[in-house]
Design a protein around this ligand. Sequence first.
Ligand SMILES: Nc1ncnc2c1ncn2[C@@H]1O[C@H](COP(=O)(O)OP(=O)(O)OP(=O)(O)O)[C@@H](O)[C@H]1O
Ligand SMILES: [Mg+2]
Length: 306
Amino acid sequence: MTTTTTPADTTAPGAGRDTVLDASGVTMRFGGLTAVRDVGLHVRAGEILGLIGPNGAGKTTFFNCLTGLYTPTEGVVRYRGTVLPHRSHLVTQAGIARTFQNIRLFANMTVLENVLVGRHTRTSEGLFSALLRGPRFRRAERESEDRAMDLLRFTGLQDKREHLARNLPYGEQRKLEIARALASEPGLLLLDEPTAGMTAGETTATRELVLAIRQQGTAVLVIEHDMRFIFNLCDRVAVLVQGEKLIEGTPETVQNDERVIAAYLGTPFEGEPGEAEAAEVRAAEAHVHDETQVHDETHPREGDED
Ligand SMILES: Nc1ncnc2c1ncn2[C@@H]1O[C@H](COP(=O)(O)OP(=O)(O)OP(=O)(O)O)[C@@H](O)[C@H]1O
Ligand SMILES: [Mg+2]
């Protein structure tokens, strides 16, 4: 991993010494469509940052710009002060790993093999050493397997090591993607909708997992549509709307911002058709509520009788 730093004056405003990721002025155009427009974002060491926004807001495109899958039309992305190349394997090598919105596993490989593939960027064994399968290679292979098993235990998949990836339930495939990403020993992990399609229990387990990942020293940038998950987990949240960053702040600031609410729900306007009817419903509901309260008074609560 490169540890070279550039002078402080080349980093974006708000970014400091403990900045892991520093993206500035990132723009991505596809022909006439600007999917991401002049977005700046930084992630600090030990931080969990959420990235939210309506469908098509440009969240995944922004991830693709960070991870070298796309070459942004404009803008610069730095990892620990060093400008990243536009090649995904070099970005992984530098220290950024990711999972994908549409799960990308080697379906016909076992769970363990999938994690071993993820370790590939961190093993230094050359081709000849691998072909000859000498003692050095066998030792490296054993170490890789030990490390991969550690990750399977960490993600709760240790009992599935010999299962084919394609036979895992959906929630476990998402976990395996995380285990595989962690195998490259990243300083920053990017998660694109890690709880999509998960049950409530699996979502809670994923929250615990992300907190444990942070505990181990990896910063996390996470895209999610599940607002409860985001606001309960993240230190800060950034909102993308139509390719632009609308706001960035604490979960409390973001969830109370009227522009964010409007972006998700659409802006109500005065005299909207149906407003009179909605007011009648609200009045009727208030009336029912009052009645219920009166009704409750007539029934002693539990424990009141002694
Ligand atoms: N390779 C591409 N070529 C052309 N247009 C693209 C490409 N990738 C994304 N887009 C467009 O860019 C815009 C942003 O898409 P993106 O997938 O980044 O949104 P998103 O915020 O991740 O949405 P979702 O929440 O639905 O995953 C969309 O209008 C999409 O159609
Ligand atoms: Mg997306």
